[in-house]
Design a protein. Sequence first.
Length: 332
Amino acid sequence: MLNFSLTKLKQSHEGPWLMLDLVMLLLLTINLLWIIFDTLFETQLFRGFLSSISQQVVVGYQPIHENFLVIDLVFIAIFLTEFFLRWLVAIYRKTYMRWYFFPFIHWYDLVGCIPLSATRIFRFLRIFSILHRLHKYQIIDLRRTALFRFIFFYYNVFVEELSDRIVVKVLSDAQEDIAAGSPLIDDIFESVLKKRQDIVCAWAAAMLSHIGDSLADANHGKVFRQHVRDSVGRAVRQNNQVNTLKLVPVVGSTIERTLEDVVTDIVTQSVVNLLQDLSPDKVDYFVRNTLTQFDPQEQALENEMLMVISEVLELIKSHVGEQRWKAELAKH
């Protein structure tokens, strides 16, 4: 059921136009059914079938069939009148940025009015546009119809199959590039990052300095300081030489706690100073002289990581390739 809602029709403030839509929908339905009937009437098989039911139907409809084009022009005149009326209203309301946009956006209305067999099919699109407009204002609810559910399901099947094939193709190309040693990473570094290396280094230095300032703050750096304190505490307690301090009478435990606090402050302040003192020049020197120097072991490790990425992409392809619509169809 379309679940027609008169309340929504009143609330839409588009009552007259939506009622016109309903009238046009009725006329389009009659016109299209008549076109189908008249097309079938041209075949000998269909006329023979009608004759077996009633010869008078064939005889009575023959003059109408011979003048079908003239009668269809009456429908076309109504459709064009409604089209130009909506165009004028669109110009008045400034619905589109330019007054002449309307016929281009609603091109199927004009094409469907051409009295040719090949163009009359576009009148179906006009039905869909009216149904969509009524559905948008919740005058009717297409989701309740079996036809809508059928079309929507197979639309999702089509989109899923198409998108899955595209994603799998893209991932396969990525795997081939990785296996062939694609220069993409080098191209990104040379064409993008290297040209803006000064900006990237300045940004990195600013971010690291900001992190250092946050760690130096009593409130923001509390978690970091606690982490350092816990790590230093474990290291101190596991150190045999420091453990001998406990043997010192009275002050042994105090010395151990003091040592933990001192080392914690030294480590924390060292990290803070390191981050705050990093200038763009130092970051640039680090990038130029450190990141570009890889030994054979590091290069082999990089190749292994590329293999890991390739295997991950293969797993993603297998999951993407699953046809979920079959599982959904099996539920029904």
